[in-house]
Design a protein around this ligand. Structure first.
Ligand SMILES: Cc1ncc(COP(=O)(O)O)c(C=O)c1O
Length: 495
């Protein structure tokens, strides 16, 4: 059999790969029929004018993939059944009689129904060119050169451990050590590496905690307004939610003492930068909250999601460091200090909860991806993480100032800013006669996306409060966005 094959010495693709592709195509198209014999490596090499090694390597690849088979003494043949056939499942013919209506009720579990009603994946406005609606890291400034080098280093590893199941569902031990050390120096968190559990973001941490502590009907308190991601987890679990007011000192702890709240098992707070108001929980409230939890035998989730970003003033130590009663479960994430798709976060459990949380983690997803955990360990230990945070702190500070300045330039006396000089977003009250949705729609007409704080409230129905994410917008874009917003407001209202 003669094989007409065209190879290109200048294509940059190795000759054996080119030959492999040509032969594979000929086999699949039937030009080389099943069970036919193909030329020997020597004959084909001669006729194509390539080395015999090139042909041998190509045949070996095709044999290992299941296109060719070698019969000792009689040559190499095209396989009767090709891998494409073996990998393709024929669709089952449905008899219309046997499978009639697709309108059968979907028999979801109670959890499934609650998840359906509470969780809604976030949608972006495709038309908004300039969005204040996301509090994402500055993507252009990500330290990708270091990150890629470390991921490549570990994905090239020949060690089996990086590709295998881990024996430890708490996470890669050196990463837990690095996180424990980082939290102790930067957040005054008191913990051993054995209390750190690595999981896919703060969201999974809240989910795991809720699974092991909360039954349907159990009371869970949270700040009002508060973080939707956590609220949706509590609702999906069937918790009885108690919204608790937030004032200028943070969550109003005395509301937790109300009679109707006497059964609260868990309270969710974001003390260092309350979401979404940005308010800092005062020291006296912190002590009050810890005393309440100890007396109530309740747990506190401390979500410290963007605490790294404080601009001016001393860093505020975590609530966890003040806890004497093993009440606080500390939650942190790399979504803000690195990037959200990494899906790596952690919780620091009080010793009495470590074992159960590790078991729950094993049950739901065994472990978090190891290559990323290895890379992150080096990233922290080689100092890249803290260097990046320092740079981003300066950058976000400038961006926040640009936003505040733009407010005073374009919307003087119309805006009051809530919360601390911290984080990746700020919440502002806008004085306007327009309803929130109307303002959002008119801003969108000018290509600017803003988001109302209203969905974050469980009880109150505030109008005119908006969240402005600034961390991923340049100073010029921030000014432009607020200028356009001011055009909407100044056209409408006569202040
Ligand atoms: C209050 C709060 N906690 C946590 C997170 C981060 O969650 P994750 O680590 O699941 O990305 C966010 C993200 O926006 C948040 O706003």
């Amino acid at each position: 059999m003669d094989l007409a094959v065209t190879l290109d010495d200048n294509s940059g693709v190795p000759l054996h790969r080119q030959l492999h592709e040509e032969l594979r195509r000929s086999i699949l198209s039937g030009r080389l029929p099943a069970r036919s014999r193909i030329p020997s490596t020597r004959a084909l090499a001669l006729s194509l004018g390539v080395s015999r090694t090139t042909v041998t390597q190509c045949y070996e690849d095709l044999i290992s993939e299941g296109y060719l088979q070698a019969a000792i003494g009689s040559g190499t043949f095209i396989c009767q059944h090709l891998p494409e056939e073996l990998l393709r499942a024929e669709p089952v013919r449905r008899s219309p009689k046997l499978n009639p209506p697709q309108k059968q009720p979907l028999r979801l579990s109670a959890y499934g129904n609650r998840a359906h009603n509470s969780a809604r994946p976030e949608r972006r406005r495709p038309d908004a060119k300039l969005s204040f609606g996301h509090w994402r890291p500055a993507f252009k400034q990500l330290p990708l050169r270091h990150w890629r080098r470390l991921v490549t280093r570990h994905s090239r590893s020949n060690g089996r451990a990086v590709f295998d199941y881990s024996e430890d569902s708490l996470g890669f031990e050196p990463l837990r050590e690095a996180i424990a050390a980082y939290l102790s120096r930067s957040r005054a968190v008191q913990c051993e590496p054995g209390q750190v559990l690595i999981c896919s973001g703060a969201q999974r941490a809240v989910d795991l905690i809720t699974r092991v502590l909360i039954d349907p009907g159990d009371a869970v308190a949270m700040e009002d307004p508060g973080y939707l991601g956590a609220r949706q987890v509590f609702m999906a679990q069937g918790a009885d939610l108690s919204p608790v007011r937030v004032d200028e000192s943070g969550i109003v702890v005395k509301e937790l003492h109300k009679n109707s709240n006497s059964n609260i098992k868990l309270v969710y707070v974001s003390p260092s930068h309350q979401f979404p108001t940005g308010i800092l929980l005062s020291l006296s409230r912190r002590l009050e909250l810890l005393a309440w939890a100890a007396q109530q035998n309740a747990f506190i989730i401390e979500d410290d999601y963007d605490s790294e970003y404080r601009y001016g003033g001393r860093p505020v130590p975590a609530l966890q460091g003040l806890d004497q009663n093993e009440s606080v479960i500390y939650v942190g994430t790399f979504s803000k200090v690195l990037f959200p798709s990494l899906r790596l976060g952690y919780l620091v459990a009080p010793p009495r909860l470590v074992e159960i949380l590790a078991r729950a983690k094993w049950l739901v997803d065994r472990q978090s991806p190891l290559i990323e955990q290895y890379a992150l360990t080096d990233f922290i230990n080689e100092g890249h993480l803290e260097r990046h945070i320092r740079r981003m702190r300066t950058l976000y500070d400038r961006r926040r100032n640009a936003l505040v300045d733009a407010f005073s330039e374009y919307l003087p006396s119309r805006v009051s800013i809530l919360g601390e000089n911290a984080g990746m977003h700020l919440m502002a009250r806008l004085r306007t006669d327009l309803g929130d949705q109307e303002l959002i729609a008119r801003a969108a007409e000018r290509g600017v996306e803003i988001v109302t704080a209203r969905p974050y409230y469980l009880r109150s129905k505030y109008q005119g409060e908006f969240i402005f994410g600034y961390s991923n917008l340049s100073e010029a874009r921030i000014r432009e966005g607020i200028r356009k917003l001011s055009q909407v407001l100044n056209l409408i209202d006569d202040f």
